[in-house]
Design a protein around this ligand. Structure first.
Ligand SMILES: [Zn+2]
Length: 315
């Protein structure tokens, strides 16, 4: 039995020509392929597996991360039209901040703007205090010769993901977004994420909603009290929104082994989740369900036919 993870599923847009996503036409092809070659589980079948530990041969569980509007605009209507079931994992901070999560700010900025300009700008505004001790970036403005070069994309990601002090990241990205964006970030966030109304509709039509933490930070990096906040705020918010006493599913932001630790598993257990998903390219077997129900492995959709991400806007 396999679980498959999806993120962006949409059609290319001229506004963000370099935005990396799974094209909707490929998503449809992949779902059709999976329906033909495998068996996409119903909610009832999935819970039966969790209860008994008996996995379904050739079974597939579809999962969608990050609470993206794509999932209402493209995924949900397609699944509904085919009578299929999926699980959608939501991070709750955007409902409160009315901004993009930092992880999505990076995707959007790189999808829309010349990476060399982003690097030049971010270097011009950060000070030594914004960086993790010991990291070294040159504070001189670099002029890249190749627009959209892989080098400048890597530079921008390296600065944001590895060199900025996690505590300063949001403040620095606030400035970058403000400098480049031509409309209020609130408008962008509204178009980027599922609304509460979308989520309620999807839930009412049989889709499952799970928790993807509050601000999509790397959980293993957080101190005890921030970690508890990160998981408790999201848990309470979603329970209220979904009008349920307890949530069933959780999935770790980023998801690999390094992205969570025993403290996280203990909190999930304390909050009475039924299951959790990680990211690990292998099948779910009986042992996972019996012994590690919070760490069920998932494949990325790009490991199956038609699942490769694209980014070129072809007009
Ligand atoms: Zn995520």
């Amino acid at each position: 039995m396999k679980a498959i993870m999806y993120h962006y599923v949409r059609e290319a847009s001229p506004e963000i020509p370099n935005f990396i996503h799974l094209d909707y036409s490929d998503f449809q092809k992949q779902i059709d392929f999976l329906s033909k070659e495998y068996h996409i589980l119903t909610q009832e079948e999935f819970y039966n597996c969790l209860r008994t530990g008996n996995t379904i041969d050739k079974g597939i569980i579809l999962t969608f991360d990050d609470g993206l509007a794509d999932h209402y605009n493209y995924v949900y209507p397609y699944l509904k039209s085919k009578g299929l079931w999926g699980v959608f994992f939501i991070s709750t901070l955007p409902f409160i901040s009315k901004k993009l999560l930092d992880v999505h700010r990076t995707h959007y900025l790189l999808g829309r703007y010349d990476a060399s300009m982003l690097v030049d700008y971010i270097k011009s505004i950060i000070t030594k205090d914004d960086l993790i001790d010991g990291t070294d970036i040159k504070f001189t403005s670099t002029t890249y010769t190749n627009q959209y070069s892989d080098e400048s994309i890597k530079d921008f990601k390296r600065i944001v993901n590895y060199q900025l002090n996690p505590i300063k990241k949001t403040t620095v990205l606030d400035k970058v977004v403000k400098h480049f964006l031509d409309r209020p970030e609130e408008d962008l966030a509204k178009a980027y994420y599922l609304s509460e109304k979308n989520i309620s509709e999807m839930q009412a039509n049989g889709m499952e909603i799970g928790c993807h933490a509050h601000s999509h930070n790397l959980l293993s990096n957080l101190e005890d009290s921030s970690l508890l906040d990160e998981l408790s705020i999201a848990n309470s918010y979603l329970k209220k929104l979904l009008n349920v006493g307890e949530l069933n599913g959780f999935c770790f932001p980023y998801g690999g082994k390094q992205s969570y630790d025993q403290r996280v598993l203990d909190i999930l257990s304390h909050q009475n989740y039924t299951y959790g998903f990680s990211v690990d390219s292998r099948d779910i077997d009986r042992t996972d369900i019996i012994n590690n129900k919070f760490e069920l492995p998932r494949y990325d959709c790009n490991e199956f036919p038609h699942g490769q991400a694209t980014f070129n806007f072809k007009g």
